[in-house]
Design a protein around this ligand. Structure first.
Ligand SMILES: [Zn+2]
Length: 113
């Protein structure tokens, strides 16, 4: 992280306008080679990856779409962020399965009685 690339981490774009404002900062940095686009997309939700030409920080951009709010983070933080999201998704799907099992047990109990 440096003044050449970015000094702010974005964990989510609150509005699409926020994302468009971010793009207005991003595109000049790409065209002036302050950051260099990488063809490798390292994470599940990554759409673009960049490397700073000065500090060599690797940045990952996830574009917001529908309910997904996107992010722009250094690679390590993006990986941790995505791991947290996956963990939350697993926990909520586990909760759904438990609720489904309880409903099925009530239905079976009602049929038996
Ligand atoms: Zn930098």
């Amino acid at each position: 992280m440096c003044d050449n690339c970015f000094t702010t981490e974005i964990y989510q774009f609150n509005t699409y306008l926020d994302f468009e404002e971010f793009e207005h900062l991003l595109h000049p940095k790409i065209s002036h080679n302050h950051i260099i686009a990488s063809p490798i997309l390292p994470l599940r939700h990554s759409h673009e990856a960049y490397k700073c030409s000065i500090c060599h920080e690797q940045w990952v951009l996830s574009v917001p779409e529908n309910a997904w709010r996107g992010y722009f983070l250094p690679l390590e933080k993006a990986a941790m962020f995505e791991a947290d999201i996956e963990k939350q998704d697993k926990e909520s799907s586990r909760s759904c399965i438990i609720i489904l099992v309880i409903i099925i047990l009530f239905i079976v109990a009602a049929i038996i009685n």
